[in-house]
Structures are given as structure tokens and as C-alpha cells.
Design a protein around this ligand. Structure first.
Ligand code: 5GP
Length: 120
């Protein structure tokens, strides 16, 4: 799947639409989800153009991957959910219901989150 430069997160990265920023560095931007599913619901995205976890894992540089992984942990700690617990979710492809085709990790926390997957 080729990268769509007009996806909503690409537009947020270009500051064409606003976001409630939680964190930013050279490689990473994080912002609060517009439809939060938990008291803490932050989306962490790389600044590079990657469609999903599969694309990021295969093609991102070691520096991008290291920065992203460290940022996720730091953002969760700064959001105050490290002690109570949090869940990381990254959807890839149709079965996962990925809506936005720019790689992102959801950080969810601030309440008991239940089991990982809803039974069919
Ligand atoms: P996905 O289903 O692709 O893993 O998750 C996409 C997430 O992006 C959803 O949780 C959705 O609420 C969020 N989202 C979609 N559009 C926007 C937006 O314009 N701003 C923000 N902050 N979040 C968005």
C-alpha cells in the first residue's frame, strides 16, 4: 500500500489541521485522540511517512525506531498512567479496523481496560 500524503495525520504533521499536542521531538509527534476511548488516549506517530506498523518495522531507520519506542514509554509516564497501567494498540490493515493510514500507536489508560479483544 502506498502512502497517502493527504491522510489526516499527514495533515496534522503539516499543521493544516490542529491537534492537542502531548509530545514532540525530531522523529515523533503525539497528540490526544479526538474521540477518546479512555481517560488517557494519546496517539503517537512518527514524522516519517509510514502506512502502518508493518511499513515502519520494515523501512524506518534504527534512529526512528529507537526514538519512537522511547517516546511511547516517556509519553505514557508523563501522562501519569505508568503506575496504574496502560495498553498500547497499533492497528494494521482491514481486520484490525485501521482507519488512518499513517502508522500510530494508541496509548490507552486511566481506567480498567478489560480483556484485549472482544470475542466474536
Ligand atoms: P485507527 O483506527 O486508525 O487505529 O485509529 C485512528 C484514530 O484516530 C481513532 O481513534 C480516531 O478517533 C483518531 N482520529 C481520527 N481523526 C482524528 C483527528 O482529526 N484528530 C485526532 N486528534 N484524532 C483523530
Amino acid at each position: 500500500m502506498s502512502y497517502d500524503t493527504n491522510n489526516i495525520f499527514a495533515r496534522i504533521l503539516r499543521s493544516e489541521i490542529p491537534c492537542k499536542k502531548a509530545y514532540e521531538d525530531d522523529h515523533v509527534l503525539a497528540f490526544h485522540d479526538i474521540h477518546p476511548q479512555a481517560p488517557t488516549h494519546i496517539l503517537v506517530i512518527p514524522k516519517g511517512a509510514y502506512v502502518s506498523a508493518a511499513d515502519f518495522g520494515a523501512h524506518a531507520s534504527d534512529a526512528e525506531i529507537a526514538a519512537f519506542t522511547r517516546a511511547v514509554s516517556r509519553i505514557a509516564a508523563e501522562a501519569g498512567v505508568e503506575g496504574s497501567g496502560y495498553r498500547l494498540i497499533s492497528n494494521h490493515g482491514p481486520d484490525s479496523h485501521q482507519e488512518v493510514p499513517h502508522y500510530h500507536v494508541h496509548i490507552l489508560g486511566g481506567r480498567p481496560l478489560g480483556r484485549l479483544v472482544t470475542p466474536p
